[in-house]
Design a protein around this ligand. Structure first.
Ligand SMILES: Nc1ncnc2c1ncn2[C@@H]1O[C@H](COP(=O)(O)OP(=O)(O)O)[C@@H](O)[C@H]1O
Ligand SMILES: [Mg+2]
Length: 227
């Protein structure tokens, strides 16, 4: 579905991503993990077109999308959320969703239901809890026509109940045929729902495998515990 080949990106002297290659299979939940500063968000920014890579190739369903502007990549079927929530706090839920797609109340309520956010569309986003704002951002990402969803730390700062709900939201999406690539720090969460785990360290792919293979890998443990 998505493939990165030898993708590199430096910021000044910092090699944020270095010859990074991996594939995301269709209808899977794939997790991108790694210590802070490993380059995970940069990989998302490159994939969604917010950052241009210095070199390398990114393909979506076989189509080369390297260096395409973000809006074109979004049109090609990649939708995303951000590590730091980007909902418009002084707008209503309805207006936050209308930014993604011109649609009607019925359809919006259906999307909200799918993320367990049972609030009236007229609710001002700032009245939602932080976790609910994250769900609203997810709902907005889902409103955009897409087949690949990029989620940057969806559980960060959300309460345990929403964290559990997120698991079933993501599993339901996979069941519907969506492909999900997520950055996540909560290892229990990652190991519970992922088909594949990609470990990044210092901009490079350290290891790719099934959750069971990742948890017992010596190099991975060192990357997390070594420093
Ligand atoms: N826009 C930027 N300008 C300068 N340095 C950046 C920028 N974005 C990321 N970096 C640097 O690139 C490295 C990887 O960052 P990032 O992709 O955010 O890591 P992660 O998401 O894994 O924590 C870090 O050293 C970070 O400081
Ligand atoms: Mg990050």
């Amino acid at each position: 579905m998505l493939s990165l080949k030898n993708v590199s990106k430096s910021f000044g002297g910092v090699k944020a991503v270095e010859r990074c290659s991996f594939e995301v299979e269709e209808c899977t939940i794939t997790s991108l993990i790694g210590p802070n500063g490993a380059g995970k968000t940069t990989v998302f920014n490159i994939t969604s077109g917010l950052t241009k890579p210095d070199s390398g190739t990114i393909k979506l369903l076989g189509k080369n999308i390297t260096g395409m502007p973000a809006y074109k990549i979004a049109q090609s079927g990649i939708s995303r959320t951000f590590q730091i929530t980007k909902v418009f706090k002084n707008l209503t839920i309805r207006d936050n969703l209308l930014i993604a797609k011109r649609t009607n109340d019925t359809e919006m309520n259906r999307v909200l239901e799918s993320v367990y956010l049972n609030k009236p569309l007229d609710t001002i986003a700032s009245e939602l809890s932080y976790g609910q704002q994250r769900l609203l951002e997810l709902a907005r990402a889902l409103s955009m026509p897409h087949n690949l969803l990029l989620l940057d730390e969806p559980t960060a700062g959300v309460n345990p109940q929403i964290r559990q709900e997120l698991k079933s939201i993501l599993r339901n999406l996979r069941k519907e045929g969506k492909t999900i690539l997520l950055i996540e720090h909560d290892m229990d969460f990652v190991m519970d729902i992922s088909n594949t785990v990609i470990v990044l360290n210092e901009g490079r792919v350290l290891k790719t495998g099934k959750p069971k293979e990742i948890v017992k890998d010596k190099k991975v443990l060192e990357a997390y515990l070594g420093k």
